[in-house]
Design a protein around this ligand. Structure first.
Ligand code: ATP
Length: 318
C-alpha cells in the first residue's frame, strides 16, 4: 500500500483531539477522496502525511508511506519524503509562489535545492513539466511573474512543481476550490490525466461530496476528526449508510431535483466539547440512547465500513 494510516490520533494543547483513531489508505494509481466540513480535520490528515503537525500537537498511531512510518523517520528520511515521494498542492497557488520571482526561477530553484539537479538540467525539466501540464509557450511562461498569469495557469505551475520529483503520492488540499467552474473542470481533468499517466496515488481533499463522488475511486467521510464512512465513491453516492453522509448529500442542491434542500441542523462539536458517544449524535435525526453514551462500532457495509450504532453488519457479497 502506498499510504496507510493506522489508528492516527492527534491532540493539540493538552488533550484536545483534532483526529481520533483515523484509518485510511491510498493505493498506487488510486484517487481517494477525503470529505468533511470545515474544521473536521482534513488538512491535518494531509499535513500528518508530511509530518507537518501543529506545534504543541502530539500524534499517536502510524502513518506509513511505502511501508515507512513517517512519524518515526529521521531528518534525512523526512527530507527525502518531502522532496521526492509526496507532493502537496494547496488551494491558493499564490501562497506557494513568491510574487517577485519569475515562474522559471520558482520551478528550477526547487529542483536545484531540493533535488540536487544542475541548473541547465532543471531548466530543461521545468520546460518539459510546463508542457506536460498544458501550458502553451513554456519559454515565455518561464520569464513571467505570478501576477502575469491567471489563477488557473498558476495552479498548473504549482502542479508542474509538484510533479518535478516524480512523486508517488499527491496530496491535493482543496486544490481546485478557489477556481471558477470552467477552470476548475480543466484543472480537475489535468490532475486526473497526470495521475493516471504516472500511476500516482492521490488524496483529494474537498468539502464537496458531489465533486468527490464524481471524481474519486473511494471516499472517506470525516466528521469531528473521525472517519464516519469509507466506501467506493459510486456505492457511497448511490446508497449512503451513515446519517451524516446522507445529510451531506441531501443539503446540496442538484439541477432538476425538485426535492427541497435539507440543511443538517446544529453545528459540529468544537475541540473543547467532550463527548462519550458518536460525535454526530446531537445532530442526528435517528439517534438512540446508545449514540450519546458509547462510541459507535465500525460496521462492514457494501465495499467499506461505517461507524454507526444504527447500521447492521452486512455479509460480504459472494
Ligand atoms: N495548531 C493548532 N492548534 C490547535 N488547533 C488546531 C491547530 N491546527 C488545526 N487545529 C484545529 O484542528 C481542527 C481541524 O483543522 P483542519 O484545518 O485539519 O480542518 P479542515 O477540515 O481541513 O478545515 P478547512 O476545510 O476549514 O480547511 C480545527 O478545529 C482547527 O481549529
Amino acid at each position: 500500500m502506498l499510504l496507510e494510516i493506522r489508528n492516527l490520533t492527534i491532540e493539540a494543547g493538552g488533550n484536545r483531539p483534532i483526529l481520533r483513531d483515523v484509518a485510511l489508505s491510498v493505493a498506487r494509481g488510486e484517487v481517494v477522496g477525503l470529505v468533511g466540513e470545515s474544521g473536521s480535520g482534513k488538512s491535518t490528515i494531509a499535513r500528518a502525511v508530511l509530518r507537518l503537525l501543529p506545534q504543541n500537537a502530539a500524534a499517536r498511531g502510524q502513518v506509513l508511506v511505502e511501508g515507512q512510518d513517517v512519524l518515526s523517520l529521521d531528518d534525512g528520511g523526512l527530507r527525502s519524503l518531502r522532496a521526492a515521494t509526496v507532493s502537496m498542492i494547496y488551494q491558493d497557488p499564490r501562497s506557494s509562489l513568491n510574487p517577485v520571482r519569475r515562474i522559471g526561477d520558482f520551478l528550477t530553484e526547487r529542483m536545484v535545492h531540493t533535488l540536487g539537479r544542475g541548473r541547465k538540467e532543471a531548466r530543461g525539466r521545468a520546460l518539459e513539466l510546463l508542457a506536460a501540464v498544458g501550458m502553451r509557450d513554456p519559454e515565455l511562461r518561464m520569464r513571467q511573474y505570478p501576477h502575469e498569469l491567471s489563477g488557473g495557469m498558476l495552479q498548473r505551475v504549482v502542479i508542474a512543481a509538484a510533479l518535478a520529483a516524480d512523486p508517488a503520492l499527491l496530496l491535493a488540499d482543496e486544490a481546485t476550490s478557489a477556481l471558477d467552474v470552467t477552470t476548475q473542470a480543466e484543472t480537475l481533468a489535468l490532475l486526473r490525466g497526470v495521475q493516471a499517466e504516472r500511476e500516482l496515488g492521490m488524496l483529494f481533499i474537498t468539502h464537496d461530496l458531489h465533486l468527490a463522488a464524481a471524481y474519486c475511486d473511494r471516499i472517506y467521510v470525516l466528521y469531528a476528526g473521525t472517519v464516519v464512512e469509507s466506501r467506493p465513491a459510486s456505492a457511497l453516492f448511490a446508497d449512503p449508510r451513515h446519517p451524516y453522509t446522507a445529510g451531506l448529500l441531501a443539503c446540496t442542491p442538484e439541477l432538476g431535483d425538485p426535492r427541497p434542500i435539507k440543511p443538517i441542523p446544529g453545528r459540529p462539536p468544537s475541540l473543547d466539547d467532550a463527548f462519550a458517544g458518536c460525535p454526530f449524535a446531537p445532530r442526528c435525526a435517528h439517534a438512540v440512547a446508545a449514540c450519546a453514551s458509547s462510541p459507535p462500532p465500525s460496521v462492514a457495509v457494501e465495499g467499506g465500513s461505517a461507524a454507526c450504532h444504527l447500521i447492521k453488519e452486512e455479509a460480504p457479497a459472494c
